[in-house]
Design a protein around this ligand. Structure first.
Ligand SMILES: Nc1nc2c(ncn2[C@@H]2O[C@H](COP(=O)(O)OP(=O)(O)O)[C@@H](O)[C@H]2O)c(=O)[nH]1
Ligand SMILES: [Mg+2]
Length: 317
């Protein structure tokens, strides 16, 4: 029998973190009955039912493999817990996309205390589907945002990965390691959206990290975007720069119109999901991208992602 989605959703809404693992299982399940229960769960956490946007700060962390994301997230986790924040971290594991996983070499796991009930860590396989952060990951982030103070989504890559995570995160942080020329080139070439926060990792390596930080700041200035903070962080003990990063992330969130960003993100994600599901042909059947955007733009702001996708599907002829 399926878990009771509405009951789990209501528990998350009451910030009962003990409901989170079962909620994630339900969201990730592909059994037909579970899909319905998962939709019921998500409805309980929709802005319409919550009476506003979910309270969490949803943060996307992206960057090339080996840049130091997981190690950084371990350090951030401890800093947030020290400030009394409850934290959920969803890591999208790309290893399923490449055989052997040897590409990633000595990958660090996020280090946490399993007895700490204020923390939830989940890894999900990225799966084979290209385009769009796995739908389950987006749904999971949305559900957990009703219960936790901070929800982090870690994805691998720059460019596309960052655009995808921006469809769910309030704040996007791109992680670069010293000498990380790709990110610099992508920024300069405009291939990559300008992130909200740029983090140069492995600051303990010294000069090369400082130079990378300087180069990134200069590139941002030449792009006329001095709003993005560029920080250098060392995540290995003795860590440095981690509290400054926590402050920078919080400062970005404080400046943000969360409702506006989330609404735009849901609408954009709905179009992404619809297109993945129904292809270009489906898009034509609803009158093209501009018509779809107009439909979404007129939708009730309280609707959740699934309801927005369903709305597009109803307009197919
Ligand atoms: N020197 C140094 N090495 C680091 C630091 N952070 C991560 N690393 C190392 O970089 C490698 C990749 O880190 P990982 O967190 O797995 O990167 P991810 O693939 O981006 O998640 C590991 O060997 C880490 O120990 C740091 O602050 N300083
Ligand atoms: Mg990692």
């Amino acid at each position: 029998m399926s878990a009771d989605g509405a009951a789990l959703g209501a528990r998350l809404r009451e910030r009962d973190l003990g409901a989170a693992p079962a909620a994630l299982n339900l969201i990730e399940s592909t059994a037909p009955g579970d899909r319905e229960q998962a939709a019921a769960l998500l409805r309980e956490l929709s802005p319409a039912v919550l009476g506003g946007e979910a309270p969490a700060h949803v943060i996307g962390v992206t960057g090339p493999p080996g840049a130091g994301k997981s190690t950084l997230l371990s350090a951030l986790l401890h800093a947030w817990r020290a400030r009394g924040r409850t934290v959920a971290m969803l890591a999208v594991d790309p290893s399923s996309r490449r055989s052997g996983g040897s590409l990633l070499g000595d990958r660090a796991r996020i280090d946490f205390d399993p007895a700490d009930s204020g923390v939830l860590i989940r890894s999900t396989a990225a799966g084979e589907r290209l385009g769009g952060l796995a739908r389950a990951t987006r749904a999971a982030a949305g559900a957990l945002a009703g219960a936790f103070d901070v929800v982090v989504i870690e994805t691998v890559g720059v460019g596309q990965a960052e655009t995808e995570v921006a469809e769910v995160a309030d704040t996007v942080a791109v992680v670069v390691q010293p000498g990380g020329g790709d990110v610099l080139q992508f920024l300069k070439a405009g291939i990559m959206e300008i992130p909200d926060v740029l983090v140069v990792t492995k600051a303990d390596l010294g000069q090369i990290a400082l130079r990378t930080r300087r180069d990134l700041s200069a590139a941002l200035r030449s792009l006329g975007s001095s709003a993005t903070q560029v920080l250098a962080v060392s995540s290995l003990p003795p860590a440095s720069g981690v509290d400054e990063l926590v402050d920078a992330l919080e400062a970005h969130r404080a400046e943000l119109d969360v409702a506006e960003r989330r609404l735009a993100a849901r609408r954009s994600a709905a179009l992404t999901d619809f297109t993945i599901e129904h292809g270009e042909q489906g898009l034509r059947a609803i009158g093209g991208r501009a018509a779809a955007q107009a439909t979404l733009g007129a939708a009730d702001p309280g609707l959740d992602l699934a309801a927005l996708v369903a709305m597009l599907e109803r307009s197919m002829s």
